[in-house]
Design a binder for this molecule. Structure first.
Ligand SMILES: C[S@@+](CC[C@H](N)C(=O)[O-])C[C@H]1O[C@@H](n2cnc3c(N)ncnc32)[C@H](O)[C@@H]1O
Length: 341
């Protein structure tokens, strides 16, 4: 590699290392380690057999930018975990201690959540509070119990909206039609749904609206129960109030909006006929008993946070709580995994 290219690679590495490790608290990112990371990246790229022979500086820059981005993760992992100086913190230990504190004091067991996601979410709180390390954050949490609420909000990622992922709701509508036909055929008059990981209530209310629509003109089904559960108590409180802003309702058709919502001071309130169909409760998948005899269980955009072991445990329990032939609806980017195929 010629000197000019080498300089380009070093500049790129310094720039990328400088900007992309801000959210890493699981490795040492002190100025010395950052410098070591840059040097390792440059050494690795210059020793590599993959090079670009181009006269065009723009093309060269783009090529080596990709190479630096490709190399940085493994190098940062190695150098950051083996700093060339005495390290004051064992980050693996303090990260575990933080999860332990959350579990002990707030009852949320995160040991089987995806570690990378947890690290990214926790980093947001450290950045926000200008706190340099997990150990300092543990102290901060002890002195500032209110921060626990913010951390909980950040970890639970309770974003949702009414009729989220509209194509899924076309399937749910079809599924309801089949379910109702089967119930009538078997002379059964009740339907039981469970929205597991319901966040702020948009999903269970969407289920209530969709089912109400499917049951129009069908008096044979006289009892509908919709259970909605979450591990975030603040979410459950919000959901029970059933008042939403316009952004949550962009997938609701004007017909359904007029039929099932009242507008007050620019906010949309779910009408009592829908509100009364849903009962909210605290339920933690990792530790609690599940419901029984569920016809349709929606658990969407929750599994992505869990590791395979926890996913499998939960799926086994879901199988037990569904009626034979019951339906499980998962998120668009989630799957049962190979063990269930
Ligand atoms: C992204 S929201 C999904 C909301 C809704 N299902 C949807 O798809 O729009 C994920 C929800 O899962 C909940 N959750 C996370 N861990 C949980 C657990 N162990 N038990 C129950 N709910 C959990 C979070 O509190 C959050 O409200």
């Amino acid at each position: 590699m010629d000197k000019t290219t080498l300089r380009t690679v070093e500049e790129l590495a310094r720039e990328i290392v400088g900007s992309s490790l801000n959210y890493r608290y699981d490795i040492c990112t002190c100025p010395k380690c950052k410098n070591d990371i840059v040097n390792h990246i440059v050494a690795k790229i210059s020793a590599s057999s993959i090079h670009l022979d181009s006269e065009n500086p723009e093309e060269t820059k783009n090529f080596y930018q990709r190479e630096v981005n490709r190399t940085i993760l493994s190098v940062a992992e190695y150098v950051g975990n083996h700093p060339n100086h005495i390290d004051t913190e064992d980050r693996k230990k303090t990260f575990s201690a933080l999860l332990h504190k959350i579990s002990n004091e707030r009852g949320l067991d995160l040991r089987n959540y995806h570690t990378d996601i947890l690290k990214r979410r926790i980093a947001l709180r450290l950045q926000h509070n200008n706190i340099p390390s997990y150990s300092a954050y543990i102290e901060f949490l002890t002195k500032t119990p209110k921060e626990f609420d913010r951390l909980f909000e950040t970890l639970c990622i309770n974003v949702s909206e009414f009729f989220r992922d509209t194509p899924v709701w076309v399937t749910i509508q079809y599924l309801f039609e089949n379910l109702i036909a089967a119930k009538i055929k078997n002379k059964q008059s009740s339907i039981k749904l469970w929205s597991a990981g319901c966040a702020n209530g948009e999903e269970p209310y969407s289920l209530a609206i969709a089912l109400k629509e499917a049951l129009r003109g069908i008096p044979q089904i006289s009892r509908v129960e919709i259970m909605a559960t979450d591990v975030d108590k603040a979410c459950l409180n919000f959901a029970q109030k059933a008042i939403y802003s316009k952004e949550n309702l962009k997938n609701v058709s004007p017909k359904l909006l007029a039929r099932y919502f009242e507008i007050s001071e620019g906010k949309f309130c779910v009408k009592d006929e829908i509100k009364n169909m849903v009962s909210f409760d605290y339920l933690d998948f990792t530790s609690q008993q599940y419901f029984k005899n569920i016809d349709v269980l929606t658990c969407r955009n929750v599994f992505i946070y869990f590791n395979r072991r926890l996913q499998k445990q939960i799926l086994d329990k879901f199988c037990d709580c569904l009626v034979p032939g019951g339906y499980l609806v998962m998120g668009k980017s989630e799957s049962l995994g190979t063990d269930y195929e």
